[in-house]
Design a protein around this ligand. Structure first.
Ligand code: 4NP
Length: 230
């Protein structure tokens, strides 16, 4: 929406969903002509196409019949980020995928590293083993470095520690300054403003992977709760 609650509605494409029918549906939903200036469709992040203006909406009276409009948000797109993308962020991706599935929440998920040092590799065997013990399989995940397109493609870029956060923020400042608001410190979900991090377990023992699992699970549960609230 333009001049409305931008992005809060997903309009399904269907033969019945003509412009005037959409206009009527929206007028009924919002019960106020004055708050809607214009109805349009967003194509991805960038292109906005105007379908109908407020004047045309007022004219849209003789409607009736079936219309297809869903109060349905697009699934949130979440990118988990650490340094190597073989320990913390694939664990966060796996845990989030597991919890979202069991909660019936639709999300688009991926993870990456600020470094790209392990491009194409599977997650660290200790990360795979730890999650296996918790009933989660991340054998399918492969490491990749962060891409400039990630800033446009994802809604939330969750950084595992403050150094990842700074690196990602600096990249965004150069390549997508308008998207910096999407960059979050992951542990802010449960500890807002405290700069709490998920410590790097790479040089640690098995207990450091279990610690990652505990932190990541708590944060993912809170993120899911927040997403459900909208
Ligand atoms: P991650 O852990 O950032 O949680 O994937 C690391 C993995 C590899 C390295 C450092 C941290 N490394 O130096 O190769």
């Amino acid at each position: 929406f333009k001049n409305g609650k931008q992005g809060d509605m997903f309009v399904q494409k269907s033969p019945a969903a003509t412009v005037s029918v959409l206009a009527q549906a929206l007028l009924e939903l919002y019960d106020s002509k004055s708050t809607i200036q214009e109805i349009g469709i967003r194509h991805g992040e960038k292109k906005y196409e105007t379908l109908v203006t407020s004047e045309e909406m007022v004219k849209a009276t003789d409607l009736g019949g079936y219309y297809s409009i869903a109060d349905m948000d697009q699934p949130p797109k979440i990118l988990m980020i650490c340094l190597g993308n073989i320990c913390r962020s694939p664990m966060a991706e796996g845990v989030m995928r597991h919890l979202a599935t069991s909660e019936g929440l639709s999300v688009k998920l991926d993870s990456c590293g600020t470094s790209g040092w392990h491009e194409g590799e599977k997650a660290d065997s200790r990360a795979i083993q730890n999650l296996k013990e918790h009933g989660i399989d991340i054998n399918d995940l492969r490491s990749r470095g962060i891409r400039h397109s990630d800033f446009d493609e994802f809604d939330y870029l969750f950084c595992m520690d403050t150094s990842n956060f700074e690196d990602v923020t600096n990249l965004a400042k150069s390549y997508a300054p308008e998207q910096t608001h999407k960059i979050k410190l992951f542990m802010d979900a449960t500890h807002p403003g405290q700069k709490k991090i998920v410590p790097d377990p790479y040089y640690g023992g098995d207990d450091s992977f279990e610690k990652v699992y505990q932190l990541v699970s708590d944060a993912c549960e809170k993120i899911i709760e927040d997403l459900k609230k909208g």
